[in-house]
Design a protein around this ligand. Structure first.
Ligand SMILES: NC(=O)c1ccc[n+]([C@@H]2O[C@H](COP(=O)([O-])OP(=O)(O)OC[C@H]3O[C@@H](n4cnc5c(N)ncnc54)[C@H](OP(=O)(O)O)[C@@H]3O)[C@@H](O)[C@H]2O)c1
Length: 294
């Protein structure tokens, strides 16, 4: 496969760091952290794009805090919609393919049916609205791809799974929301799918998460402690107290309840079938059990 020049934003974030690390094996990666390209600053954006020489532009960078977006919806729109739209326009004019990252939070999540790529998006929060506007701005230019991911976890940056692991290991009290359901996305698998997508000229929207039965945060926490027990790290799997979303006072922005996405299209495109989330979580928990390399 031909090496490509791949520009990547958000390389200090979970997805961008994973992509920059993994894709460097087979491609020439051009990292564009905020210091090199600030999505909120037009001058920075223009300066970074002027003279940028790449085949593909990956844009995982975003204002990802739901509460920050709720507090400053204009900034959310600038970073998550206007800037991706400008990058998409620049990319189309320069023969560059753009792969932009979006979220399951574009959905209202008020039915128990897995949305596919054609399902109606109806976001509940400023974050979701800004991400949906970003998708539309990018897809205004044919050939670009929008990848919706959900509940991303991996070694690059601690997430919910790492919190559960740490708390369980310390013998702390575990609790998790049980009435909010989705499907996780493992960065290791996401990078493999992106590697395939770099060589597959698909456009439009693509749902990219690990498949399987939809799971709540509570179900995910229960799975993590079971895996820890099976790996011999805990002598028993501790109880996880179920919480309800409405009790989460720190969540000022509305969260959708059911956003497990249908990933049939992804499975039809990538070179090997995406593994179920349970297998991905097992591998990740095992890697946490083994500790950092000496
Ligand atoms: N993590 C999830 O569970 C999840 C779920 C659904 C969708 N997504 C989507 O997946 C993508 C990647 O998310 P992530 O988990 O990697 O997020 P993350 O860990 O929060 O990282 C966000 C990245 O965006 C950068 N960024 C923020 N504002 C910026 C700006 N004004 N200019 C340039 N860079 C800026 C951050 O840089 P600094 O370090 O400088 O702040 C950071 O590198 C996002 O599009 C997100 O909407 C993520």
């Amino acid at each position: 496969m031909r090496r490509k020049r791949v520009a990547i934003t958000g390389t200090t974030g979970r997805v961008g760091a994973a992509l920059a690390g993994k894709l460097a094996d087979n491609h020439d990666v051009i990292p564009l952290p905020r210091t090199a390209l600030d999505l909120a600053d037009d001058v920075s954006l223009r300066t970074a794009l002027d003279g940028l020489d790449c085949d593909v532009f990956l844009n995982p960078a975003a204002l990802t805090s739901l509460e920050a977006c709720e507090d400053d919806p204009k900034l959310a729109m600038r970073v998550n919609s206007a800037a991706p739209g400008k990058i998409a326009e620049w990319a189309a004019a320069n023969g560059v393919r753009m792969i932009h990252f979006s979220t399951d939070y574009v959905f209202a999540g008020d039915t128990m049916v897995k949305p596919d790529e054609f399902a109606e998006a109806k976001p509940l929060s400023a974050y979701g609205r800004s991400k949906l506007a970003g998708e539309r701005a990018v897809l205004h230019h044919p050939g670009h791809l929008v990848l919706r991911v959900s509940w991303v976890f991996g070694p690059e940056k601690p997430s919910f799974i790492d919190q559960v692991f740490k708390t369980a290991l310390a013998g702390g009290k575990l609790s998790a929301v049980s009435d909010k359901t989705s499907l996780p996305t493992y960065t290791v698998d996401l990078c493999d799918w992106i590697e395939d997508l770099l060589h597959t000229p698909v456009g439009g929207i693509l749902h990219a998460c690990n498949p399987g039965a939809p799971v709540s945060w509570h179900g995910l926490a229960v799975r993590v402690v079971r895996e820890m027990q099976q790996a011999g790290l805990l002598d028993h799997a501790p109880e996880v107290e179920p919480l309800v979303l409405s009790e989460m006072k720190s969540f000022r922005a509305a969260r959708p309840r059911f956003t497990a996405m249908d990933c049939t299209r992804l499975a039809s495109i990538v070179s090997s079938p995406p593994r179920p989330w349970e297998a991905a979580v097992r591998e990740y928990v095992k890697s946490l059990c083994n500790g950092p390399p000496a």
